[in-house]
Write a protein that binds this ligand. Structure first.
Ligand code: FMN
Length: 196
């Protein structure tokens, strides 16, 4: 059966660059047979966190929040494509994730980071690791780190130059790690219901 992977990206900037990496990841996963979908926080447009989805009376959460909840619940795994603002998380993506909690549980998540410079968003990737773990995901070991993103992926998400070559080389291990855990978690959920 095809694995369903959601690829999250959360920059709200008009001139955002990380969408290049998000599209690259979606394409790469699809080429490996996964049913991957881009979840663009800006396009979904959840409000600044007031009530989490579970804090609404049943059936009364806004439609966009509920639709995304159903996608998260049905997914087999996640990728978080993250840039770095002042050594920290991008608020748009963090805001989206905070609307949910149990919806995320018992699935693996992989982190792909990027930045305008050579640190490749590594500090944000580190921060996401603890956050995703707190939200019940198993964070995979193989990461992608892209920087400078403008010299690594074109506007059409095509790899360019030595950075692009390195990205193409690192992608199989990243995807293999995620998909191994996706398969393992899926098989185990089918054998035994999660304990809570
Ligand atoms: C508010 C802000 C803070 C930033 N802070 C960092 C930073 O701490 N480290 C870094 O490597 N790049 C930093 N940058 C540069 C980003 O890596 C670059 O703008 C990147 O393209 C942002 O992702 P986005 O284009 O998808 O929004 C910052 C950019 C912005 C707008």
């Amino acid at each position: 059966m095809t694995e369903r992977i959601l690829v999250f990206y959360g920059s709200y900037r008009s001139d955002r660059m990380g969408i290049r990496l998000a599209n690259f990841v979606v394409k790469g996963l699809r080429e490996r047979g996964a049913d991957a979908e881009l979840i663009d926080a800006k396009a979904i447009g959840l409000p600044m966190l007031d009530r989490m989805r579970k804090e609404y009376p049943k059936g009364e959460a806004p439609a966009a929040m509920e639709d995304l909840a159903q996608k998260i619940i049905a997914a087999d795994g996640f990728v978080f494509v993250t840039g770095e603002y002042n050594w920290g998380l991008q608020p748009g993506l963090k805001n989206l994730t905070d609307h949910y909690l149990e919806e995320w549980f018992w699935r693996p998540a992989a982190i792909a980071s990027y930045s305008a410079g050579r640190f490749s968003g590594a500090r944000a990737a580190l921060a996401w690791h603890g956050t995703l773990s707190e939200m019940g995901m198993v964070v995979t070991s193989a990461t992608i780190a892209v920087g400078p993103i403008s010299q690594t992926l074109s506007a059409a998400s095509e790899p360019t130059g030595p950075g692009g070559e390195a990205l193409v080389k690192s992608f199989p291990r990243f995807a293999d790690d995620l998909m191994w855990w996706v398969e393992a978690a899926k098989a185990h959920r089918a054998r035994k219901l999660p304990p809570y």
